[in-house]
Design a binder for this molecule. Structure first.
Ligand code: NAP
Length: 229
């Protein structure tokens, strides 16, 4: 059973059909309804990752489904509010931390007892190469995306004894989603960071997810999918 957050997002909705070829998927959205795709192994579920009560209720609602399957959580949900440090507002900072870090943590924490019980689990976090590089104007985004790498390593060490792995996919620039919302000037700057000057293919993301699901010893790793940035 794959729990995919950000399933309604630019990258999430492109990879969703491929994940459905691997396993049953609970596709999580917040404000944008997911198309059902006519697949009987897809459950679409609204969940606000800023709300800890909703997160607990979500895990409780599906607990029987989770108990009868191996659980994989893939954290694609994120927000990106950019701005220079000098003017960055506390409200925007709190929102970014709340969705990108705390939401990820709380959902993982709520699913861990089920994984521990099964003695198997896969946690996949999504970071960003731009975030890791610390691009100008991305103070909160970069903080959250590098924070996930620390979070993942701690999870890897605390839960390895239960056959639970936690890894990060650090994405470069992809055609869909957050990238497509940027200005033409910023898009040009970002594409020039890629040696091949070619945007990432979501097929590579799916291949990496399959690899992490199947691997036991790959744990606490960060895999760059960025064309060599
Ligand atoms: N696109 C790129 O080039 C790129 C590059 C590097 C890294 N990434 C990473 O890849 C991931 C997906 O990016 P994307 O481009 O697909 O982003 P996107 O199109 O902006 O989608 C963001 C997703 O997060 C969900 N979300 C936001 N707030 C939420 C909340 N409070 N509760 C639950 N869900 C919430 C959105 O749900 P609703 O729409 O339903 O509200 C949406 O499904 C992100 O983690 C991003 O950092 C993307």
């Amino acid at each position: 059973m794959i729990v995919l957050t950000g399933a309604s997002g630019g990258i999430g909705k492109v990879i969703l059909p491929y994940l459905l070829d691997i396993d049953e998927v609970i596709g999580i959205f917040n404000k944008t309804q997911i198309q059902h795709l006519g697949r009987n192994n897809l459950v679409c579920e609204q969940l606000d990752l800023e709300n800890s009560i909703e997160i607990r209720a979500f895990v409780n609602k599906f607990k029987n489904k989770f108990k009868s399957s191996r659980v994989i959580v893939i954290h694609f949900a994120a927000v990106k509010i950019d701005g220079l440090v000098a003017n960055y507002s506390e409200t925007d900072w709190d929102k970014m931390m709340s969705v990108n870090l705390k939401g990820n943590f709380l959902l993982t924490q709520a699913l861990l007892p089920i994984m521990v019980n099964k003695k198997w689990g896969r946690i996949i976090h999504i970071s960003s190469r731009g975030g890791e590089c610390g691009d100008i104007g991305t103070i909160a985004y970069s903080t959250t995306k590098t924070g996930l790498i620390g979070m993942s390593r701690v999870l890897a060490k605390e839960y390895a004894r239960f056959n639970i792995t936690s890894n990060v996919l650090a994405l470069g620039h992809f055609e869909s989603g957050l990238y497509s919302k940027l200005s033409d000037t910023l898009k040009e700057t970002l594409i020039n960071q890629i040696p091949s000057k070619t945007l990432g293919q979501t097929a590579d993301v799916v291949r990496a997810i399959k690899f992490l699901i199947e691997s036991q010893c790959v744990n606490g790793a960060t895999i760059n999918i960025d064309g060599g940035i």
